[in-house]
Design a protein around this ligand. Structure first.
Ligand SMILES: NC(=O)c1ccc[n+]([C@@H]2O[C@H](COP(=O)([O-])OP(=O)(O)OC[C@H]3O[C@@H](n4cnc5c(N)ncnc54)[C@H](OP(=O)(O)O)[C@@H]3O)[C@@H](O)[C@H]2O)c1
Length: 375
């Protein structure tokens, strides 16, 4: 297993080196269409690269964004050195990434502060998304709070930390069961009128809530978990986005790095690591879920790409309005992930992949009916 991954990475870095020299990435069936040749090409008037873009409602962003949650402690890793993360975020801009995802609750506050400091020089040239809707007390997340009063208060803290006058995309992080979504939309409408927010989104809501929200104030994007293993959003959520013209942003696109083939059945997580609490990543979960990686490995070999590139490219191939936001604190992983923008599948390949994934029964994924419940 390890050997295959290493071979794929070697191939990737060989290709990335060609791209760095101004040549376009090529591996097997990649670069099937002309439009993708913009990937990794140096733009003439700057030292920044350009990447293919996609639309999230009215917003245009790079086809892959960068998740900034794990740049602070609290999910998968201890806080990495701040200087390294600032350089990492700026390198992402240099590579052409224009879409960055953070939230008030990451840290809490630390991720927004980091993003604000690192990306200040690129104000107006990139899209920063943040999220609201959790009560934070004494630096700890306490529960949900999406009352209009709270939304109108916390926006100012986010703007200050992000060093912005306007947040490009402001998501309701989780539904507050005590506040109807129409009231949340009303509060965000006021923030838009005040120039503090440009577009809004929701996260982990049902198709019904999305419809109500969109009827009140057009939604640019829905952000929910989606990857080769966790596919609950295929149950009417993606269809609803398509019908309404709402973009879809999959969080957890590598399934918290499971799809990278980084773990084996003996892997265990520190209690600080969010995965330690998830049945998918328990000993039993690994025993049942690990064989799926054969599918990912076989396809990535067939396509001459890495397992993560395959996983991200598969998401991109599902709908043209999907923009994954893999989280990474590693510059190498970031470059690898962006390579997925160059991968193309034929319809026959997508059908074959679909048949293989649907045969597999995962332990620790959501039940189909949960698609209809606000999380
Ligand atoms: N709306 C929500 O409720 C919600 C929930 C969770 C997350 N999010 C957002 O979505 C973003 C992504 O979600 P996520 O971080 O939970 O899941 P993810 O992106 O699937 O997984 C992140 C993990 O994958 C690893 N990884 C990334 N690229 C890799 C590569 N090429 N090879 C090997 N490992 C790789 C990272 O490790 P390294 O750092 O070592 O690369 C990290 O541990 C977050 O940053 C956050 O902005 C939103």
């Amino acid at each position: 297993m390890k050997k295959v991954t290493e071979i794929n990475r070697r191939d990737f870095f060989k290709n990335a080196a060609l791209a760095g020299a101004g040549l376009v990435l090529s591996s097997g069936t990649v670069l099937a269409s002309g439009e993708d040749k913009t990937a990794f090409i140096q733009s003439p008037n700057s030292n920044l690269s350009t990447l293919p873009t996609r639309k999230l409602g009215p917003l245009e962003v790079t086809g892959i964004g960068l998740g900034c949650m794990s740049m602070v402690a609290g999910t998968y890793n201890p806080t990495p050195p701040k200087d390294e993360m600032i350089a990492h975020l700026r390198k992402a801009v240099e590579l052409g990434v224009t879409f960055f995802d953070t939230a008030e609750v990451y840290g809490p506050y630390g991720s927004e502060e980091l993003v604000g400091e690192a990306l200040k020089p690129f104000k107006g040239k990139i899209t920063i998304a943040s999220k609201f809707g959790f009560e934070i007390q004494n630096g700890r997340r306490m529960g949900r709070n999406a009352t209009p009063e709270s939304i109108k208060k916390v926006i100012d803290g986010s703007l200050k930390r992000l060093r912005l006058e306007t947040i490009d995309l402001y998501y309701l992080h989780r539904m507050d069961p005590n506040v109807p979504v129409e009231e949340v939309a009303g509060a965000v409408k006021d923030l838009i009128a005040a120039g503090k927010v440009k577009h809004w989104g929701l996260s982990e809501v049902s198709p019904e809530t999305l419809r109500k929200a969109h009827a009140e104030l057009p939604v640019a994007a829905l952000q929910s978990e989606y990857n080769l293993a966790e596919r609950v959003v295929e149950n009417q959520i993606l269809e609803t986005c398509e019908e309404l013209g709402v973009g879809f942003v999959p969080w957890g696109p590598t399934h918290r790095s499971f799809l990278a083939g980084r773990f084996n059945e003996y892997s265990r997580f520190d209690s600080q690591d969010r995965r330690s609490q998830l049945p998918f990543f328990s000993a039993e979960g690994f025993a049942q879920n690990m064989p799926f990686l054969r599918v990912v490995r076989d396809w990535s070999q067939k396509k001459g790409i890495t397992m993560v590139q395959f996983s991200l490219a598969w998401l991109l191939a599902q709908k043209p309005f999907i923009v994954p936001i893999p989280g990474t604190i590693s510059p190498q992983h970031l470059a690898e992930n962006l390579g997925a923008l160059n991968v193309k599948f034929t319809d026959a390949e997508l059908n074959e992949i679909r048949a293989e994934i649907e045969k597999f029964k995962f332990l620790g994924v959501r039940a189909p009916e949960t698609a209809f419940i606000d999380q």
